[in-house]
Design a protein around this ligand. Structure first.
Ligand SMILES: [Zn+2]
Ligand SMILES: [Zn+2]
Length: 104
């Protein structure tokens, strides 16, 4: 009464496996796996806090770094823009008033 083609749950030898854990590469039944960040992971690995390769936390950190870099660049450009906007306007105003006084 054995089915070699069908994988069995690691915790329940009497049950057919429904999913394979990408972390420990063992087969588990529906009861023994949990969906975690779009990945099916076994409860043992979930409790151990293990992550499958190409974890989402690394991508999340890269995204945060990129956002921080964009924010910093924006602040620098905004600051420079304010300085550049203030200086020429003051110079221009001074010249404008002198020119208008000289005009007939
Ligand atoms: Zn596992
Ligand atoms: Zn099971």
């Amino acid at each position: 009464m054995t089915h070699p083609a069908q994988q069995r749950c690691f915790n329940h030898p009497g049950r057919e496996a429904a999913a394979r854990c990408p972390v420990c590469a063992r087969h588990f039944c529906r009861e023994c796996v949990t969906e975690h960040h779009g990945r099916v992971i076994c409860s043992a690995c979930l409790l151990a806090g293990r992550q499958a390769p190409r974890s989402q936390s690394r991508l999340h950190r890269a995204g945060l770094a990129a956002a921080a870099g964009i924010l910093l660049a924006w602040m620098i450009f905004y600051g420079l823009g304010q300085i550049l906007l203030n200086i020429p306007s003051a110079v221009h105003e001074g010249r404008y008033w002198k020119a208008s006084d000289a005009a007939p």
